[in-house]
Design a protein around this ligand. Sequence first.
Ligand SMILES: Nc1ncnc2c1ncn2[C@@H]1O[C@H](COP(=O)(O)OP(=O)(O)OP(=O)(O)O)[C@@H](O)[C@H]1O
Ligand SMILES: [Mg+2]
Length: 349
Amino acid sequence: MKPLMLKDITKKYGDTVVVNNFTADINRSELITIVGPSGCGKTTTLRMIAGFIDPTYGQISLGDRDLVNKKTKKFIEPENREIGMVFQSYAVWPHMDVFKNVSYPLKIRKVNKKELTEKTRRVLKLVHLEKYEKSYVHELSGGQQQRVALARALVMEPDLLLLDEPLSNLDAALRETMRAEIKEIQRKLEVTIINVTHDQTEAMTMSDRVIVMNQGNIVQIGTPEEIYNYPENAFVAKFIGSSNILNCKLLEKEEGRMKIEVLGTSFYVPEKDTNQETGLVSIRPHHVSVSEDSGLDATIVRRLYQGDRIEYYLEVHGETVRIITDTDNDFQIDDEIKIKINKGVWLDE
Ligand SMILES: Nc1ncnc2c1ncn2[C@@H]1O[C@H](COP(=O)(O)OP(=O)(O)OP(=O)(O)O)[C@@H](O)[C@H]1O
Ligand SMILES: [Mg+2]
């Protein structure tokens, strides 16, 4: 398996830039998820890697081979890139049986019959469809059809597998099973996978690293833990998990931490390389606790019971703060309580 290098890939339609200087190095056998709101450029990025869209600028290479390089005018056709892709609309052929759907890429490459049968059966087994070889695709459930699309992308033993929201049409339970199956396939075949989604849970649970995009730009790349615990800006903090984003003031820097003022009180956050005096702080709802004795004065303005926990909207020092607590803390609207902020992250404005 080969590493993938994406350098300054940009796509413009007329004057509109839909993907802007996308740069990332993707390791062998890594599972990377690109996550971001609708229209941020995820599909366009994948299609440039696959070769269905020609970038306006930039360079993409797989191992030591350039797939596209705008400077040297190199462009390798999609069918010669050794990349498997499962599309957003997974595009299987309903009038063909499962075996024919999956073996199609081998057939057009004139692979001999014995090898074609062996390879097709191996990948059908991998996606747990060996019993459905002869079924027509229209007789299958949505989840089974998505597995047919996945098997068809895998049958060529690609160096790189691109998945464009392949789980979006599935119910929650099936989506979870498929996530685990895709992880298992990645491990077994050691294939590099780029997965696209706007589902943040999917991004967090499946990926070695996550790329967060907004309006054509990469806003952060990191492991799920890095992205969640150290969001670089308010967009990431709100898009990955939920967060209170509040104005704050930097009071002083000491070794490894910074004292900030927020909601009329002060507390410490991890040190950040900033030269701003005011900024924003991201505070996760479960990083605020209800305090018995001392703390910030807060009034309950909204109560959302969720079975295993309760979410409250509080008014604190003229601001709205969301918190999540266990069900022992059962308050009603207008109750006055005290809270403590346990953790937060500084964000530059
Ligand atoms: N052929 C085209 N001509 C002009 N604009 C386009 C074209 N294709 C895509 N766009 C625009 O580029 C932007 C990015 O589209 P893209 O399909 O990459 O988004 P996405 O992140 O995959 O969104 P979604 O989550 O909805 O699938 C959108 O604003 C879209 O309207
Ligand atoms: Mg898309």
